[in-house]
Ligand binder design. Sequence first.
Ligand code: EPU
Length: 307
Amino acid sequence: MSSLAREIGIAEKVAALGASWHPSEPLAAHTSLGVGGPADLVRIHDLGRVAGLVGFLCDRGVSWRLLGGGTNLLVVDEGLRDDVVLQLGRSPNGVRFNGHRVEVPAAANLGTTVMECAKRNLGGMEGLIGVPGSVGGALHMNAGAYGTQIGDLVRAVTLCRGPGGQIEVWGPSQARFEYRHSSFAPEDVLLSVSLELPERPYAEILARIKQCNQKRRASQPINEKSAGCIFKNPAGHSTGKMIDELGLKGTRVGGAVISDLHGNFIVNRYGASAADIFRLMDLIRERVLKAYGIELKEEVIVWRNRM
Ligand code: EPU
């Protein structure tokens, strides 16, 4: 058990809350990029007890980071020194339907949710079909593809907020979404979301899903380890196109390579470290700045230690 856990007795409290405690858990195993050092991880299954856990961590002055599907995440090789990682277990409740309204647990898989809604003749989410990860993670960064952004479909979000671990329900005036950004703080634990979806024939939804899948397969390295697009698109530009125009596809640093299929994807092809990926990102940033005068912003969420 880590020294942090010993000091604050977290393991005992976690067990009392019915959660599981995983000291020095290798985060590489929890990220789609397959890199990242260890951190103390708490997996909590009973959503009704999240507030108790968050309140306890606040009382002890322990900060936390939320792990969703780990599909848009780059963790440093040294791992996390001070923060605990919180992960919600899959809710046994699953998705609940009420007319056009759908209540989805934050830990639900996004793609599975799209398909479950489709079977009930509820569309609007088709573009999100190939976006990997959890619904909560998608909400935090307003995931989007092929004209759909999850934030556009949100009617309410139930979340647990620090410092007291209070449960709040946010409507559209509080839960706000922009391009790959939301009004949630990184430590807000999203518990569930209420979506409003248009009714459409199942066959129509399926046809659109198929079309999006085909486009994605043709243009993104879906069979390699990646975190999706690594940089945001600056207004009016496609970062992937700029990287492509600069002839950088296929560039390799250590085990990390710029995908030959899409310039804005870095793939972990040869056992990359996070350091390899950071070096490749720096190289891209420098080349794009020099050629286009544009400063790229990270789209991937990066977990570094605080100074
Ligand atoms: N393009 C190239 N070369 C490349 C990549 C793209 O010439 O290597 C060209 C394409 O041919 C197209 C244009 O650039 O004309 C735009 O490409 P694409 O349709 O692939 O879209 P994107 O702007 O590169 C965005 C999102 C993706 C999302 C797709 C599809 C960002 C940073 N990326 O990519 O999201 O899947 O649109 O809607 O917003 C992600 O969020 O991780 C992600 C991959």
